[in-house]
Write a protein that binds this ligand. Structure first.
Ligand SMILES: Cc1ncc(COP(=O)(O)O)c(C=O)c1O
Length: 405
């Protein structure tokens, strides 16, 4: 066991990241200082979107994206079953009902046809289909064109759960130019990002909403800080806001206009995010290289490789999800994971379909069959920029051993 442990995902922190945090700690602000603006500007620069609003988690980003679209009771948010629980939970936080869509059993991605089935289901339950929440699973963007058309035909909004996909690219047609995930345009209201340590940009905990919609950005900025505004133009209690002697706005004055939350990201985390985001192109380049190495060394093994890219989507490679027919190879998934663990190779399963969690089952949800089939075969192999070609060789050798029954 002398080989170093390869986890399925991990942060890459270098000296400049450490220096950025040290400077923040020595500075005047621990939260909501200049680091937040700088982080947001760097996110905007990388994605090309009009607004980036930094928050303290990807879950907060999903919650506020739905809230900014006025998602509420009797509304259905259509959510792919193959995702992390937060995509659906955030709909419940708004008092709305998540309705689960199935996914393509090969890619794990939801498609317009699956979403349409879920819309009909929502309608039958007497719900108002309000938002299509699409997940760029593992970092491969969904096929947006037909989804945009579907949303239009039902007058629904699109929220992208892009927590896996910062740095990915997509387009409607091969004749269009590529856009960075988070900058689709007006047909998509918002993209939620996560900066959890296994993600491309790590801030400890952290998230952001990327949007080109001024109203959505403004509402999320308000809701992230208790729904309290300090903007004199917005003040409603004019008598309390203005000094009767000078006619000027009182210097202490602020007002709460909405029931918001404390979803602010501290400056300490934001400066780390800025430093990490500057290195995003290099992270994506390395991840693509690693995916290429995997393709070379895993070919011929009894497993299915993930789709490298599609005509309209370029992968961000947050995860490297393979699929194995465990019955056929005569080893259970737990046995395969255990053999790899003994070789110091970490793996994980993404995800138990959300509606299979006991919380959702107790609410009467069933499990979409293709999401279940995908889950039954899925295994995430190590994927992070610091992996070397010899590490990937080690993973392939380990799998060769683990798959021998
Ligand atoms: C697809 C997806 N959505 C949402 C989230 C929630 O992000 P966070 O952990 O930053 O709250 C995650 C995090 O793992 C995720 O993978």
């Amino acid at each position: 066991m002398s080989d170093k442990f390869l986890s399925y995902g991990r942060q890459t922190i270098s000296d400049d990241d450490v220096q950025a945090v040290v400077e923040a700690l020595k500075g005047d602000y621990l939260t909501q200082g200049p680091g937040v603006d700088r982080f947001e500007n760097e996110l905007k620069r990388q994605m090309g979107c009009k607004h980036a609003v930094a928050l303290n988690s990807g879950t907060a980003a999903l919650h506020l994206a739905y809230a900014a679209l006025n998602v509420g009771p009797k509304d259905a948010v259509i959510v792919p079953a193959m995702t992390f629980a937060a995509t659906a939970n955030a709909a419940l936080y708004c008092g709305a009902v998540p309705v689960f869509a199935d996914v393509n059993p090969q890619s794990g991605l939801t498609e317009a046809t699956h979403l349409d089935v879920a819309i009909q289901k929502a309608k039958k339950q007497g719900l108002r289909p309000k938002v299509l929440s699409v997940v760029h699973y593992a970092g491969l963007p969904v096929e947006m064109g037909p989804i945009v058309d579907l949303a239009k035909s039902y007058d629904m909004k699109i929220v992208e759960d892009a927590c896996h996909a910062i740095g990915g690219e997509y387009r409607k047609n091969p004749s269009d130019s590529w856009k960075k995930v988070g900058n689709w345009g007006p047909e998509s209201s918002a993209a939620a990002l996560s900066f959890h340590p296994v993600k491309h940009v790590a801030t400890g905990e952290g998230g952001a909403v990327a949007t080109n919609d001024d109203h959505v950005a403004e509402k999320i900025r308000l809701l992230r800080t208790h729904g309290i505004t300090k903007n004199p133009n917005d003040f409603k209690n004019k008598d309390m806001a203005i000094c009767p002697r000078t006619g000027q706005v009182n210097p202490w004055y602020m007002e709460m206009h909405e029931l918001g939350l404390n979803y602010r990201i501290p400056d300490i985390n934001a400066v780390l995010g800025e430093s990490q985001t500057k290195k995003l192109p290099e992270s994506i380049r390395m991840r693509r290289t690693i995916a290429g190495w995997y393709m070379e060394v895993l070919t011929g093994l009894p497993l299915e490789l993930p789709v490298y890219e599609t005509e309209n989507a370029r992968h961000a490679w947050h995860l490297y999800p393979i699929k194995i027919d465990y019955e056929k190879v005569g080893r259970s998934r737990a046995e395969v994971m255990q053999t790899l663990k003994e070789l110091n190779i970490g793996t994980q399963v993404h995800y138990l379909p959300v509606s299979a969690h006991p919380y959702y089952r107790a609410l009467g949800y069933d499990i979409p069959p293709q999401a279940l089939s995908f889950y039954n075969r899925q295994l995430s192999l190590p994927m992070y920029p610091a992996l070397t070609q010899s590490d990937i060789g080690r993973v392939a050798d380990g799998l060769r051993k683990a798959l021998k029954s």
